[in-house]
Write a protein that binds this ligand. Structure first.
Ligand code: SAH
Ligand code: SF4
Ligand code: F3S
Length: 515
């Protein structure tokens, strides 16, 4: 995209806005509220309109809310994916600008936010457990503000359950309402009623929210928001709005800023990173073009997650094959190895198409590691269909896989399907699958023994503080002994021992310490 086209793009987006469209609620919750009250509506959240996305560059903390947090502390607990990690960094940035300090201890906190995940039932149960745990603290310290945000807050059933059973929660706000945190917090502090603001909409892009990044070695860079794929099992398109890409210049500026500030690795983030650019008006600028530009920025490592097989185009493969700071790791969720199940999941590719794509990528990037996501026990999955997943695992020889038992999410099409697979069968399938995943991982790791790999030193090992840990370009975890002064640098490490999930090694030489 040239400068002229970019400007037009910006104007097209800023011109027409779906920003102020809130859901048209009809339910009567008035018994609960006098203050901010906009509850979620999954049906509304499902709608996809033709309006351009509005990009806002005018975020500000209103004057009367500056300093509200002076002398007070906040704690944010983050569940779920990197998108939530990213949002928590924004919320922390906002709270710091309001004068709050951060704390790791709930007893010290004046504001506790639970940034939640709705992807599976067990993720939600964890959060409800934590909400319950906070009740005695709230009773002890009535001034404490307990807030629930993130993907669960976009669900009507969750908000209803909190209203009925967890009245000690002070505020609930949605994934599209993060920039409203100052106002919502003020309402929660000065009013007794529960504050609820969840916009069920397609979404905008807010560019200049403050950001308190965790760590100074690796940084998240969101390149797009939302998801339009509507896989039949998945709640994300409802909780995160429509696919909307940030403008290339805003992303590149953020990456340059991180490079200038000494970051060593960035991860480009999106529910569907390779759908990047599809929504940019009058432009065929895509992820391949973006990565080709980022490749030229002086930052040692660039990752991206998550990609969808359907949008993985040849240009992207061509650019990735150029290497340099674009690392050799591809996370390509397949979900199932059976084409009928894939069809019911609405993944829009067959087993054969997936394999063909993977082979094309492997040919272009022969040293790349491959990882995937798998769901077992999709409604009515037969033993034969499951065995197709096992055979695909072996055929693809994945380095690793995130494996899940299907969890019905209210409001999704799959939740309406009758399911004849008993839970013990699903659990058994998960175990059989995991046994193969472990074997493959161990085998792949063994191939590293004796090799010298470049490792970005991330910090002390969680299990043993005498040992440091870092990752290879292929995302393998390596443990080794080195001085803590090497944290944040790139080291050459010889792999001495391969384990199932990690590698042990010894430092060969230091490359670019303190660079
Ligand atoms: N956007 C990414 C995935 C986001 S969710 C993608 O499409 O690849 C991460 C993973 O959670 C998914 O890949 C899927 O394997 C799993 N998942 C999503 N919904 C689920 C559900 N209802 N039950 C079980 N696993 C689910
Ligand atoms: Fe969910 Fe599918 Fe979108 Fe991934 S692509 S977030 S699995 S709907
Ligand atoms: Fe969970 Fe929402 Fe991420 S449902 S996986 S936190 S997008």
């Amino acid at each position: 995209m040239n400068e002229e086209q970019r400007k037009e793009q910006t104007q097209a987006r800023v011109g027409t806005s779906s920003a102020d469209k809130k859901s048209d609620q009809t339910k009567d919750y008035s018994q609960y509220f006098q203050t901010t009250f906009t509850p979620p509506d999954l049906k509304q959240a499902k709608k996809r309109g033709k309006e351009n996305v509005a990009v806002h560059y005018d975020f500000d903390i209103p004057e009367d809310m500056q300093g509200i947090g002076n002398g007070k502390k906040f704690l944010i607990r983050t569940y779920g994916c990197q998108m939530n990690e990213h949002d928590s960094e924004n919320m922390a940035g906002i709270l710091l600008q309001m004068g709050f300090e951060s704390t790791a201890f709930s007893e010290e906190a004046d504001v506790i936010l639970l940034n939640t995940c709705a992807i599976r039932e067990n993720a939600e149960n964890k959060v409800f457990g934590e909400i319950g745990h906070l009740k005695p603290l709230k009773l002890e310290k009535p001034g404490l503000i307990v807030g629930v945000c993130g993907c669960m807050s976009q669900e009507e059933s969750v908000v209803n359950r909190i209203l009925q059973k967890h009245q000690h929660v002070d505020m609930i706000f949605g994934t599209h309402n993060i920039h409203r945190l100052p106002e919502l917090l003020k309402n929660a502090i000065f009013n007794k009623e529960m504050v609820i603001e969840v916009w069920s909409k397609e979404g905008d892009i807010i560019e200049n929210m403050p950001r308190a990044r965790k760590g100074q070695i690796q940084g998240w860079v969101n390149i797009m928001y939302g998801c339009d794929k509507f896989c039949t099992y998945c709640i994300v398109p409802y909780t995160r709005g429509k696919e909307r890409s940030r403008l290339p210049e805003d992303i590149i500026e953020e990456v340059r800023h991180l490079a200038r500030n000494g970051y060593k690795e960035i991860t480009l983030l999106g529910q569907n990173v390779n759908a990047y650019g599809k929504d940019l008006v009058d432009s065929d600028y895509g992820l391949g073009d973006l990565m080709d530009e980022i490749r030229k920025i002086d930052i040692p490592r660039v990752r991206f997650t998550t990609s969808h097989p359907r949008d993985f185009d040849d240009h992207l493969i061509e650019v990735l094959a150029k290497g340099g700071n674009l690392v050799e790791h591809i996370h390509l969720p397949v979900q199932s190895g059976n084409s009928e199940v894939l069809k019911l999941m609405a993944r829009k590719y067959t087993r054969e198409q997936y394999i063909e794509l993977a082979q094309k990528i492997k040919k272009a990037m022969p040293h790349a590691s491959f990882t995937t996501d798998i769901i077992v026990g999709f409604p009515n999955e037969t033993e034969e269909q499951f065995e197709d997943t096992l055979s695909l695992m072996k055929e693809m020889e994945y380095d690793s896989a995130y494996t899940y038992i299907y969890s019905a999410r209210e409001g999704t099409p799959a939740a309406k399907m009758e399911d004849n697979v008993p839970m013990d069968v699903k659990k058994d399938r998960l175990q059989r699958l995991n046994a193969i995943v472990n074997d493959l991982s161990a085998k792949k790791n063994q191939a590293y023994e004796g090799k010298v790999v470049e490792v970005l030193v991330e910090g002390e090992s969680k299990k043993n503080p005498d040992v440091l840990m870092g990752r290879t370009r292929t995302n393998k975890l390596v443990n080794f002994k080195a001085p803590t002064s090497t944290i944040g640098t790139l080291l050459q490490v010889r792999v001495t021992e391969a384990k199932t999930w990690s590698l042990n090694g010894e430092v060969v030489e230091t490359v670019g310490v303190n660079s």
